[in-house]
Design a protein around this ligand. Structure first.
Ligand SMILES: NC(=O)C1=CN([C@@H]2O[C@H](COP(=O)(O)OP(=O)(O)OC[C@H]3O[C@@H](n4cnc5c(N)ncnc54)[C@H](OP(=O)(O)O)[C@@H]3O)[C@@H](O)[C@H]2O)C=CC1
Ligand SMILES: N[C@@H](CC(=O)OP(=O)(O)O)C(=O)O
Length: 367
């Protein structure tokens, strides 16, 4: 890819916005040319508005950029770029993302606002790239070429990466999952230190419902113009724990009978090892091995394993028979990389490789 495409970030000052900047600053296909946040930040230089929380320095070029209002067109008529990465709270996303899509932008969203909308694809490229077909039914796409594509909740994404190869080969009938979610998942400043230090909080608003609905949509199949969710039963328990980054999940599953015989441990390990659905597509942010099996009996652990595959792989370990369902295992993934900014970036890479980020005028003219 020779030309870099100009991109903008909505919510650029937040936890996920900062990850977008970190992951995109040296990206071979995308160049950050526009940053937007709330009225509190607009008009300020990025370094004045954002409290940089990551362990690599804020890129100098970005620090000096001025934050724009969160609108698709500015007063002088100049527009935001046509590719927008969005990292907004759901309520704000619900209001702003459609404005950008209506203005002809491809909105690659990380928020939950439209994930379960029937015409909005909820996508993990390794899992359900075919669901992108839904954008063609969006009114914005028909009128201006713009559209919204979403990535999943940060807890759903690791789980689904681990389950997809199993569902494909063996089928899945029941899923039981308990999460241990990092504090960075709540944004900054997030959970008060007095609430989380030396403690576990067994409640994250709306999280269990999102995990359950999104998992079944992601593992569902495109049926004409609709997604038929996976017909499995699922129960999620979500907890906040005193970990900085990385969501860990204890999972039990009951398998289907696609194989015609009970699956062995070796069958499951082989399914993960051979799961490389994007091989040969050369998407820069996609990990070579999306699901990494760790044999050590006490892994995966967030401190040691969250950065596998540059933070884009789901780590899986502790596979053993389950006394209630068939198998139990532990899954770990980085919540602000694979679970947020990295997920949206790999979605945009997929869209570009499929020709769906071409200039909007062309798409609108075709419609
Ligand atoms: N943190 C995580 O691990 C994950 C987060 N998410 C989701 O990503 C989204 C962002 O999360 P996170 O980065 O943690 O949140 P933060 O609270 O850290 O950041 C929110 C961002 O939105 C901006 N913003 C707030 N109000 C407005 C407004 N009215 N108009 C325009 N911009 C506004 C803020 O700007 P300002 O600085 O000016 O206030 C800031 O840039 C949320 O939907 C969250 O649920 C998803 C997966 C994982
Ligand atoms: N709720 C998640 C992070 C998040 O923001 O999820 P969502 O993208 O579904 O809103 C957590 O607290 O860890």
């Amino acid at each position: 890819m020779q030309n870099q495409h100009e991109i903008g970030i909505l919510g650029a000052t937040g936890m996920v916005g900062q990850r977008f900047i970190q992951l995109l600053e040296n990206h071979p296909w995308f160049k950050i040319t526009w940053l937007a946040a709330s009225d509190r930040s607009s008009g300020k230089r990025y370094e004045e508005a954002a409290k940089w929380r990551l362990d690599t320095p804020c890129p100098e070029r970005i620090a000096k950029m001025t934050i724009s209002p969160a609108e698709p067109y500015s007063k002088d008529g100049a527009g935001a770029p046509k590719i927008i990465f969005a990292a907004l709270d759901a309520d704000i996303a619900r209001e702003l993302e459609p404005k950008f899509a209506a203005a002809g932008c491809a909105v690659v969203s990380n928020s939950s606002a439209f994930r379960m909308h029937p015409n909005v694809p909820l996508v993990i490229p390794e899992v359900n790239a075919d669901h992108l077909h839904l954008i063609e039914d969006q009114e914005w796409r028909k009128e201006s070429g713009g559209y919204i594509v979403t990535n999943p909740n940060c807890s759903a994404i690791g789980l689904v990466l681990a389950l997809k190869p199993i569902e494909e080969r063996f089928g899945i009938e029941q899923i039981f999952v308990t999460t241990m979610q990092a504090v960075s998942g709540a944004g900054y400043p997030g959970v008060p230190s007095m609430d989380i230090l030396g403690n576990v909080v067994p409640y994250i608003k709306n999280e269990e419902q999102k995990m359950e609905e999104e998992t079944l949509k992601l593992l569902g199949s495109l049926d004409g113009e609709h997604i038929a969710p996976l017909a499995a039963r699922m129960s999620a328990h979500c907890n906040r724990v005193a970990v900085e980054d990385g969501h860990t999940e204890s999972v039990s599953i009951k398998l289907g009978n696609k194989l015609g015989r009970p699956a062995t441990k070796e069958d499951l390990l082989e399914a993960w090892a051979e799961f490389k659905p994007l091989a040969g597509q050369h998407l820069p942010t996609a990990p070579e091995q999306p699901v990494e099996w760790i044999a050590a009996e006490d892994r995966p652990q967030p401190r040691l394993d969250k950065n596998r595959g540059r933070g884009m792989a789901a780590s899986v370990g502790r596979l053993r028979p389950c006394g209630l369902l068939d198998w139990k295992l532990t899954v770990l993934s980085h919540n602000t990389i694979r679970g947020a900014a990295g997920a949206a970036i790999v979605n945009a890479e997929l869209l570009l490789s499929l020709g769906k980020l071409e200039p909007v005028a062309e798409a609108a003219a075709r419609a």
